[in-house]
Write a new protein. Structure first.
Length: 108
């Protein structure tokens, strides 16, 4: 493969998945970590998803510009798809934390 942007996009999207998995699994494995505290990984997952989507876009542009000679179109598509999924999940987690914080403030 001669399109390293596609590979890096896939790696960043998988890094976002790892961040989200760590945020979900850490409270179950360690008793001293609360589920709400583990959601601090949501911004890191969001950032890695944005990087993955941007790199995938550039990789697809390179693929189209060279008429497919650089390859990596499929890898870039997978990187973008996983990146979008991570972006949506991290946004949902961030919104859930925000709503929870507002409810705690209003209640107490």
């Amino acid at each position: 493969m001669r399109n390293p942007k596609a590979v890096v996009a896939l790696l960043f999207s998988l890094l976002g998945v790892a961040f989200l998995a760590a945020g979900a699994l850490l409270p179950r494995m360690r008793d001293e970590i609360e589920p709400l505290e583990a959601l601090v990984v949501a911004p890191a997952a969001f950032l890695s998803a944005l990087i993955a989507i941007g790199l995938a876009r550039r990789a697809r542009f390179d693929y189209q510009r060279t008429l497919g000679r650089v390859g990596g179109d499929g890898v870039a598509r997978v990187g973008r798809a996983v990146g979008v999924l991570v972006l949506l999940v991290s946004l949902t987690a961030g919104l859930a934390v925000g709503v929870y914080a507002v409810l705690v403030l209003v209640q107490g």
